[in-house]
Write a protein that binds this ligand. Structure first.
Ligand code: GLV
Ligand code: MN
Ligand code: MN
Length: 416
């Protein structure tokens, strides 16, 4: 590699400015971001991203699920590009960094190569994946999963949000249903930079997490049908209270995850009473469950124990309960050679580091099924994410982007 390439660093201030510039699209009063996938704020950030890609000389393509690809030509266009990127959608009360860092750091890598006049051997393609978060449309990471062949495009286009709007309608309403077939744009490798979203790097005072695995995830949709009746007149033993039933289920999820710990977690993140009223005993509730573990057998065991606990609770409380797994993402093992390449780039840059398993789901976990993939983590403050208080330092974000840059240089090659 030429001397200029081996000494190259990204522009820290420019990266930091772009993170804060895009944080205004959907900014919340508490300093976070609300940018639900395919909503008006997502359109704003997408338009911004398209403009920034074009200004950096990239050819922008959009696929049929709205994922955006910015292609930087390489010397040898017969070789597949190195893919880098993440997502620009957020949770309803999300932060400025989840997904944004990896997408804008990919842009910063391209800008840095442009400024240094470096041509790579293979092309580079930076990506903004549609709906990583999964909070408006389930499942999470749906566009990259379809890219990897886990779902058909038609299936994903038909998924609906709570208001009954389909993915296809939402794409059309913001003008981001592209014409490129999903999965058509092949990569030679895919690398995603992300904040850790957990506490380990910060606790160990490490700058870089070299991610070699990802947890498996199962999402469930549940529904409890009890019986609505008068809060003043229905004696306690006669009630079929859906909310009291849910309370037991919430505790069963917590107990089951703990029993299979320490590397297992379980969460009830949504619960909606069908017709809430303070003097009506709740008769119908919809709820969701999210369970995760790096170990597939542990996930199966939690599934089994949870189903038997729910069956027992339902029969004792005379409530009908449906509990359906709507998404199963097996644990991910990232590509060993690519993980080593990230570790080597990290060492060459002199950053402290450790190997780490991702607790969150990521688009790279889907890509890993079809192309060598891996991830780079940087610490976030107090391990907090999916929260408006989510925070990371400029120094750490810069370090992560430099690791991304040097990993790309190593695998895309510098044209001589
Ligand atoms: C995505 O953010 C997830 O891990 O659920
Ligand atoms: Mn994310
Ligand atoms: Mn997230």
């Amino acid at each position: 590699m030429t001397k200029i390439a081996s000494n190259l660093q990204i522009d820290s201030a420019r990266l930091w400015d772009t993170i804060h510039e895009t944080a205004k699209f959907g900014a919340t009063p508490k300093g976070g971001v609300r940018r639900l996938t395919l909503g008006p704020e997502d359109k704003q950030v997408r338009d911004w991203f398209r403009g920034a890609c074009e200004a950096a000389g990239l050819e922008v393509h959009v696929d049929a699920l709205g994922s955006m690809f910015g292609l930087r030509k390489g010397r040898d266009m017969s070789k597949p590009p190195v893919g880098l990127g993440s997502h620009l959608d957020t949770q309803p009360t999300g932060g400025k960094f989840d997904g944004v860092l990896g997408t804008l750091a990919a842009l910063e890598v391209v800008r840095t190569l442009n400024d240094a006049g470096i041509e790579t051997e293979t092309p580079i393609c930076i990506v903004n994946w549609t709906n990583e978060e999964g909070s408006r449309f389930a499942p999470a990471t749906m566009a990259s999963a379809a890219y990897a062949g886990d779902y058909t495009t038609e299936d994903i286009l038909g998924r609906k949000d709570l208001a009954g709007v389909s993915v296809g309608e939402a794409l059309d309403s913001i003008g981001y249903r592209g014409d490129e077939a999903v999965g058509l744009r092949k990569f030679g490798a895919f690398v995603e930079l992300h904040i850790e979203q957990g506490p380990l790097l910060e606790a160990e005072n490490k700058t870089i997490g070299v991610v070699d695995r990802g947890q498996g995830i199962v999402w469930y949709d549940g529904k409890i049908t009890g019986f609505e009746s008068h809060a003043g007149t229905t004696p306690m033993p006669l009630r079929r209270d859906a909310l009291a039933t849910l309370s037991e289920i919430v505790l069963a999820v917590e107990r089951t995850a703990k029993a299979h710990g320490p590397n297992a977690v379980g969460t009830v993140g949504e619960a909606v009473i069908a017709a809430p009223s303070r003097n009506v005993i709740p008769g119908e509730i919809a709820f969701t469950v999210d369970i995760r573990s790096p170990d597939a057998k542990t996930l199966d065991a939690i599934d089994r124990d949870l189903r038997s606990a729910i069956a027992e609770i339902g029969s004792r409380r005379r409530a009908e309960i449906t509990f359906d797994a709507i998404w199963r993402k097996p644990p991910t093992v990232f590509n060993a050679k690519l993980v080593d390449a990230i570790e080597n780039a990290t060492k060459a840059l002199g950053y402290s580091h450790r190997r780490i398993t991702s607790g969150a789901g990521h688009d790279a976990c889907n890509l890993a099924n079809v192309v060598p993939s891996a991830m780079v983590f940087v610490p976030c403050k107090d391990g907090v994410s999916h929260n408006e208080l989510e925070d990371a330092t400029q120094v750490d974000c810069t370090a992560g982007a430099n690791v991304l840059l040097h990993t790309v240089l190593a695998i895309a090659g510098v044209a001589s």
